[in-house]
Design a protein around this ligand. Structure first.
Ligand code: ATP
Length: 140
């Protein structure tokens, strides 16, 4: 059976997750409060909807609890990211990955039950540093 994903927030981060999952043949619902961003993804994702992820009734009506994995890719609006994650948790979503903007944000997201918290710039910086080191070792 195909796994179903929902991506909330279609900026560079959420947008690339949405694109890649779709390219890999997954069912993806793309959600953003910005209509223009949603329109961009209407031909990429299985479904694309304009919705405010801080509105519990809206998330309920989208049947969000039936998705296998929901990615909260809202960054700048930390309050919205926390509230959306909290609602998803309350609704019983199986797996939540959330993007953190800073260490405090990450701490709160973990505390309220996000299963996986990513901090793209920091994580990528670390990965590149490891890459550089292992490359230098190989160069010897
Ligand atoms: P990125 O760093 O990934 O490029 P960004 O800088 O474009 O992201 P962010 O503030 O991280 O912007 O927001 C990502 C997306 O989340 C935006 O497209 C924004 O419209 C959307 N978004 C913000 N708040 C909500 C909300 N309450 N419900 C749904 N989508 C939201």
């Amino acid at each position: 059976m195909k796994r179903e994903f929902a991506v909330i927030g279609l900026g560079r981060f959420g947008g690339s997750i949405c694109e890649e999952l779709s390219q890999q043949g997954m069912q993806v619902m793309a959600i953003d409060s910005d209509e223009e961003r949603v329109n961009k993804f209407s031909s990429i994702a299985s479904h694309a909807v304009v919705a405010d992820a801080t509105d519990e009734l809206v998330l309920k009506s989208l049947g969000i609890r039936n998705f296998d994995h929901v990615i909260v890719a809202i960054g700048d609006d930390i309050q919205a990211s926390i509230l959306a994650t909290l609602i998803l948790k309350d609704l019983g979503v199986n797996k939540i990955t959330a993007k953190a903007q800073n260490d405090y944000h990450e701490k709160v997201l973990r505390k309220i039950g996000a299963d996986n918290v990513v901090h793209p710039e920091r994580d990528m910086g670390r990965r590149i540093a490891h890459n550089i080191i292992s490359k230098n070792v190989l160069d010897y």
